[in-house]
Design a protein around this ligand. Sequence first.
Ligand code: DON
Length: 305
Amino acid sequence: MNYQNIINEIEDEIQVYFKEGKVADYIPALAHINPNQFAMSIKLLDGTSFNVGNTQNKFSIQSISKVFTFTLALQLYGRSLYKRVGHEPSGDPFNSLIQLEYENGIPRNPFINAGAIVTTDTLLSKYQDKSFDYILDFIRTSANDFTINYDKEVYSSELEHGFLNMALINMMKSYKNINNDLEKVIQTYFKQCSIEMNTEQLANSMLFLANHGVNPITNKVLINEAKAKRINSLMLTCGHYDASGDFAYKVGLPGKSGVGGGIVAIVPGKMSICVYSPKLNKQGNSLIGTKALELFTTKTGLSIF
Ligand code: DON
């Protein structure tokens, strides 16, 4: 299959959608991003890559970081992690407080904000002040790229305007589901969200999930096969918040989005894909990114179904 031709075609076909959607503005540092960007990278297990658009342009990975922190927490705690965070889709917005209250401070899954804050808290229990370094190091190792870092401006902007996340962590604390200092947990969470990467780096970093937990380029085992299956399953069912069903229906692949405009998707046994386009649909997922992935699986037949 000529993947380069296919993604070139997709780049042409998505142009009509640039008038739709809206860049995230509840994090002021993200509100100024040029909305008319598109990039798509594919990385095959043998290391071959295909790129279209500005694939060197770095952006804020935001909630895509939740895949990495969940991987680390699952590695550390195994199934006992599920006493503190579930594995069911929420059907609610990513920063919703309502469900969290009637479910006694136990978030539905690790990919909504509350769930990711809990997984970050579990990492603090083990690594304390070194937690962010540990997360960053894991991402660098997964991507095999030690230049990756976080964007201090996005970090401070989130810290200054993160009122809903503060509400979420305080509510969970009141239900005794946060064990470390609230400030430290939320700072680590915002730092991981503000990590910046381009589509090539993100596609590289997720390749282990297409290959049973092993990065096929470096041969590094990042998680075991059984856990890699769980992570992919959760990406399929919970990776796009209250649009997870819609994403599974249209794309048919495990995927995870972030309000920065990135989406990563996994074709098990074959490749990882990253798309970037910052205008979002109303659930906070890249509108053109979703469209591009839908076109990709329709044209190639490479969905999991
Ligand atoms: O905590 C937040 O709201 C952001 N740092 C991350 C949210 C996000 O990416 C949700 N994604 N679609």
